[in-house]
Design a protein around this ligand. Structure first.
Ligand code: AMP
Length: 114
């Protein structure tokens, strides 16, 4: 999508520190990390939010979770623990309208989240 910042990262029009990538999914380090490990896993295709997920997105969604699991190992948080989060809508604080899975770890994460 033309004006979408994450689509621009996918098209390499703006820089990002890439953590991993495959044909469907891109993972990059969050520019404003909320934990020592904070990586965003996104579909290369523009999907605005969890509300826009359709039946035909099953492959890309499973790829996102599998890649997050691989990155958790790569970042050394698979044994200590980590959190995967989708924010959806205003109350959840979704700021970028391109589906993204937050991978957070390497610190004790509070529950319930703020
Ligand atoms: P959310 O609040 O769930 O929409 O999260 C959006 C996330 O995207 C925030 O954690 C931001 O710090 C992050 N973010 C925004 N722009 C960039 C960027 N250009 N590169 C990396 N992370 C970004």
């Amino acid at each position: 999508m033309e004006g979408c910042i994450f689509c621009k990262i996918v098209r390499k029009e703006i820089p990002a520190r890439i953590a991993a990538e495959n044909s469907l999914v891109l993972a990059f380090y969050d520019v404003n990390p909320q934990a020592p490990v904070h990586i965003l896993v996104i579909p290369k295709e523009h999907i605005s939010s969890v509300l826009e997920i359709k039946e035909n997105h099953q492959e890309v969604l499973s790829q996102m979770i599998l890649l997050a699991k691989r990155i958790a190992k790569q970042e050394g948080v698979d044994q200590s623990g980590f959190r995967l989060v989708f924010n959806c809508g205003a109350d959840a604080g979704q700021a970028v309208d391109h589906l993204h899975l937050h991978l957070l770890g390497k610190r004790r994460l509070g529950w319930p989240p703020g």
